[in-house]
Design a protein around this ligand. Structure first.
Ligand code: XLS
Ligand code: NI
Ligand code: NI
Length: 439
C-alpha cells in the first residue's frame, strides 16, 4: 500500500529531448546504448538516504522546513523508520534508478546500547531485503555514521580514547555485515571527524597510525567474511573538522601506500569535496585514475561563491562533460557508480521537488556523458595529446624512462648534438573550443 507521500505521481518516463514536461527524462534514457553499454550501466545512479529522508531542512539560523510525515515529534522511532523506508522505496521506484546508499544511522534510530542500535539497523535491513527483492533495486554502498553522536566529537578511529576506537570498530563491523547481506557493491568510509581542530591537543603521528590500523582491520574483515565489494575512502579536506586526514586523492594515496593498502582500497570522489580542496573535479578523477585507485563518485557540487559544501544537485552540463571524459578514459565504473550525495535547497519543501531534483540532474549528467562520448569519438583531443608526447616514443627517449640513462649521458647528448629545444603551443583555447562543440 502506498504511503500517499508523492500523491498521484507516476513513474518518470523517458520522453526524449523535445519533451517540455519537467517530470520526464529528456536525456537520461537508461536503455540507450552508449559505447556498447546501456546508459544505466554507464552511470549506475544511486539515490542517497540521508539528504532526502533524514535532513529536515535546518540551517545554522533556522529550524526544519520540510516537516516530513516520518519526522513528527513524539512518534515511535521504529515506526517512523519503517514509514521512511516505505517512502524511500516509493521514490526510488518513481525515479527508476538502479541503486541507493545509506549510513547505518540514517535508516534506524540509535538505541541505548550498541546492541540495541544494531538490532534496529538489522530490522530495517530486513525490510530493505524484501523491498529490494520486489523492486530489483540494488545497494551501491553502505557506510557507518561515525560523526553525529557526541562520543565521536574528537574522531572515531583517530580518537585519543581507545574505547571510542573500539566502539567505532564494532559499529563498522555491523555496517559491513549489513552491506554484505544486502549485496552492496562497495563499502564507503568517509572520515567525518577523522582530523583535528588544533594541533595543540593532537598527536598527529599517532592518529595517522590509528587510522591506518583501523582501515587494515576493515580490509581484513572484508576478506574474512567474503565481501567482494570495493572498500572506498571518500576524501574531504575539511568540514566538520578544521583539517581532515583524508584531504584529497593525493593525500589518501600517500596514506594507503604508507599502510600497504593501495591495492585494497579505492576512492569515492565527491565533486564538492574536490572543489573544497582547491581542485577541479576532473583533476581528482584524472589523478585517481593515474594512481589506479579510481572507484566511485558523489556527484553533488558546492556553491562557488560561498565556498561551502552545499551539496547541491549537479546541473552544469560542461562540468559533467569534463568529469565523464576522465571517467570514460579511465574505463568507466566497475563496482562504483554515480551517487547523488545531494540535498534540496531548504525552500524546496514539496515532495515533487525531491523528484524534480533527481530528474533534472540525471538529465544534466546524461548530457555530460553523451558530450564526453562525443569528445572521445571525435578523437581530436586525444590526437592532440598523443602528438604532444610523441617524442617519447623513440627507443632512445623511451629508454630514459625505463632507467637506461644517466645525467652524464643526457648531458653528453645535449652538448654532442647542440640540442636547442623549441617551445610548441599548448593550444588550450583550441582544445576548449573542441569541447564546446559537444556541450
Ligand atoms: C560529507 C560526505 C558524506 C559521505 C558519506 O560531506 O559527503 O555524505 O558521502 O558519509
Ligand atoms: Ni560531502
Ligand atoms: Ni559524499
Amino acid at each position: 500500500m502506498s504511503t500517499g507521500f508523492f500523491g498521484d505521481l507516476a513513474p518518470i518516463p523517458y520522453a526524449g529531448p523535445d519533451s517540455t514536461d519537467p517530470l520526464t527524462y529528456r536525456h537520461y534514457d537508461k536503455d540507450e546504448m552508449v559505447l556498447g553499454k546501456r546508459m544505466e550501466d554507464h552511470l549506475r545512479f544511486a539515490v542517497c538516504y540521508w539528504h532526502n529522508f533524514c535532513w529536515p531542512g535546518t540551517d545554522p539560523f533556522g529550524g526544519d522546513t520540510f516537516q516530513r510525515i516520518w519526522m513528527a515529534a513524539g512518534g515511535d522511532p521504529m515506526a517512523q523508520a519503517r514509514l521512511k523506508a516505505d517512502v524511500a522505496f516509493e521514490m526510488f521506484t518513481l525515479l527508476g534508478m538502479p541503486f541507493f546508499t545509506f549510513h547505518d544511522r540514517d535508516i534506524a534510530p540509535e538505541g541505548a546500547t550498541l546492541a540495541e542500535s544494531n538490532a534496529n539497523v538489522n530490522a530495517i535491513a530486513d525490510v530493505f531485503e524484501r523491498k529490494m527483492d520486489e523492486t530489483g533495486l540494488r545497494l551501491l554502498w553502505g557506510t557507518a555514521n561515525l560523526f553525529s553522536n557526541r562520543r565521536y566529537m574528537a574522531g572515531a578511529a583517530t580518537n585519543p580514547d581507545p574505547d571510542v576506537f573500539v566502539y567505532a570498530a564494532a559499529q563498522v563491523k555491523n555496517a559491513i555485515d549489513v552491506t554484505h547481506r544486502l549485496n552492496g557493491a562497495n563499502y564507503v568510509l568517509w572520515g567525518g571527524r577523522e582530523g583535528y581542530e588544533t594541533l595543540l591537543n593532537t598527536d598527529l603521528s599517532r592518529e595517522l597510525d590509528q587510522l591506518g590500523r583501523f582501515l587494515s582491520m576493515v580490509v581484513e574483515y572484508k576478506h574474512k567474511i567474503g565481501f567482494d565489494g570495493t572498500i572506498l575512502i571518500e576524501p574531504k579536506p575539511q568540514e566538520p573538522t578544521k583539517h581532515q586526514y583524508d584531504y584529497d586523492v593525493a593525500t589518501v594515496y600517500g596514506f594507503l601506500r604508507r599502510y600497504g593498502l593501495e591495492d585494497q582500497v579505492k576512492v569515492n570522489i565527491e565533486q564538492g569535496h574536490a572543489v573544497l580542496a582547491g581542485h577541479s573535479f576532473e583533476h581528482e578523477l584524472g589523478l585517481a585514475a593515474a594512481l589506479g585507485i579510481f572507484g566511485s563518485i558523489d556527484i553533488n557540487r558546492n556553491d562557488y561563491q560561498s565556498g561551502w559544501d552545499t551539496d547541491q544537485f549537479a546541473m552544469n552540463v560542461p562540468e559533467m562533460a569534463l568529469a565523464f571524459y576522465e571517467i570514460l578514459k579511465a574505463g568507466g565504473f566497475t563496482t562504483g557508480g554515480t551517487n547523488y550525495d545531494a540535498k534540496l535547497r531548504r525552500q524546496s519543501i514539496d515532495p515533487v521537488d525531491l523528484i524534480q531534483a533527481h530528474v533534472g540532474s540525471a538529465d544534466a549528467i546524461a548530457r555530460g556523458l553523451k558530450a564526453a562520448v562525443a569528445m572521445l569519438e571525435n578523437g581530436r583531443l586525444k590526437a592532440f595529446v598523443d602528438d604532444r608526447y610523441a617524442g617519447w616514443n623513440t627507443p632512445e627517449n623511451a629508454a630514459i624512462l625505463t632507467g637506461d640513462s644517466t645525467l652524464e649521458a643526457l648531458s653528453e647528448r645535449v652538448h654532442g648534438r647542440n640540442l636547442e629545444p623549441q617551445p610548441k603551443s599548448g593550444r588550450q583555447e583550441y582544445l576548449e573550443s573542441l569541447v564546446n562543440l559537444h556541450v
